[in-house]
Design a protein around this ligand. Structure first.
Ligand code: NAD
Length: 345
């Protein structure tokens, strides 16, 4: 039996993972509510591996502390991996992830946010709760016939493009690796920003994509453009976005992620004095909609995440080929070692 320390546990995680474990006694999880960071890494002592999530701090110190406590495996229960120092992990701890789980969950949430923000459903909901049935200030626009720009046409971006086509929108796209037969016209980022009524981000956070939405790209945008971000917070320079919203340079923002989210999102901070003035100001605006990194949260996605994470863990300990391993060697163009070694080192 292998034991893994499961960090940043929420009730829905425990439920979906225990459901998948009911027919196996090969693996068990020790559930911790704490996030994984250099200080909490010690909690994994005596375990064989750890299960981690998007806002855990998996830097060189965390990796060193895990390694010194006998950890061989970090099983990420998510697809994004911008919070991991792969260089530090290489040669010490194998890192696996869940590359795909219901891309529909995130694509549909992005559309839900767009519809809510554009048609001001969030404001209408609050008004009618207070028996205020006025429509003033709630005018939106038809999505049909509008141009939407999609940055990143991977698994989620493609589903998002399909939905947008269903609405009768013109779809522009930017991706360094364009997909054939996608019903979208590929253009440069600048063209996409200048021609789109709505821009939706579906690329990973890398050093190339950090602040892909910045002062420059915002200046190119149509007045009243709407920005949707369900990918990673640091794709947007939040201060530049706030300035653009205050000066009415952009029409609105729907944010499921935020660059400084790690200390706040997924937790109830309703009794806390929020110190992040940019987030507080963004939340004060009627044309900003924030959800708490919720786009993945469907039953289908949770089931998919638990299944693939557990399969990754089994494959690791059964010494099978680790197709879902990510490593510094591969990302640096070093070529994949899995062909002959089944794993990255
Ligand atoms: P994916 O790997 O299938 O697709 C990512 C796409 O981005 C690829 O086509 C890639 O070529 C493209 N890309 C890479 N660099 C780019 C650049 N510089 N500019 C434009 N495009 C670029 O990933 P996916 O499953 O579609 O997920 C996309 C992102 O969604 C993830 O990286 C993650 O950050 C985010 N995500 C968020 C949630 C949530 O709950 N909010 C859940 C899952 C994933």
């Amino acid at each position: 039996m292998k034991t893994l320390a499961f960090y940043d546990t929420k009730p829905y995680d425990k439920q979906s993972f225990e459901q998948q474990l009911k027919d196996t006694d090969e693996i068990r999880f020790k559930y911790f509510e704490n996030k994984l960071n250099p200080d909490t890494a010690i909690m994994a002592k005596g375990c064989d591996g750890v299960v981690a999530f998007v806002n855990d701090t998996i830097d060189a110190r965390t990796i060193e502390n895990l390694y010194n406590n006998g950890i061989q495996l970090i099983a990420m229960r998510c697809s994004g991996y911008n919070n991991i120092d792969f260089k530090a992990a290489y040669g010490k701890i194998h890192v696996l992830r869940v590359p795909a789980y219901s891309p529909y969950a995130v694509a549909e949430h992005a559309i839900g946010m767009l519809l809510t923000l554009n048609r001001k459903i969030h404001r209408g909901y609050n008004r009618t709760k207070d028996f205020n049935f006025s429509l003033s200030g709630l005018t939106g626009f038809d999505l049909h016939g509008k141009t939407i720009g999609v940055i990143g046409t991977g698994k989620i971006g493609q589903k998002f493009v399909d939905i947008c086509n269903g609405f009768g929108m013109k779809v522009l796209a930017y991706d360094p690796y364009p997909v054939e037969n996608l019903k979208a016209e590929y253009v440069s980022v600048d063209e996409l920003c200048s021609q789109s009524d709505i821009i939706s981000l579906h690329c990973p956070l890398t050093k190339d994509t950090k602040y892909i939405i910045n002062d420059h790209s915002i200046k190119l945008m149509k007045e009243n453009a709407i920005i949707i971000n369900t990918s990673r917070g640091a794709l947007i320079d939040s201060e530049a976005l706030l300035e653009a919203l205050k000066s009415k340079r952009v029409g609105g923002a729907a944010l499921d992620v935020y660059e400084e989210e790690s200390e706040l999102f997924f937790e109830d901070n309703s009794d806390t004095i929020i110190q992040d003035d940019v987030l507080a100001r963004l939340l004060s605006l009627p044309n900003v909609l924030v959800t708490s990194h919720q786009a993945f949260l469907t039953n289908e996605a949770l089931e998919g995440i638990a299944k693939v994470t557990i399969q990754n863990i089994k494959d690791f300990f059964d010494e099978k080929r680790l197709d879902n391993e990510i490593c510094y060697h591969c990302t640096k163009g070093g070529g994949c070692k899995k062909e002959h070694k089944l794993r990255c080192f």
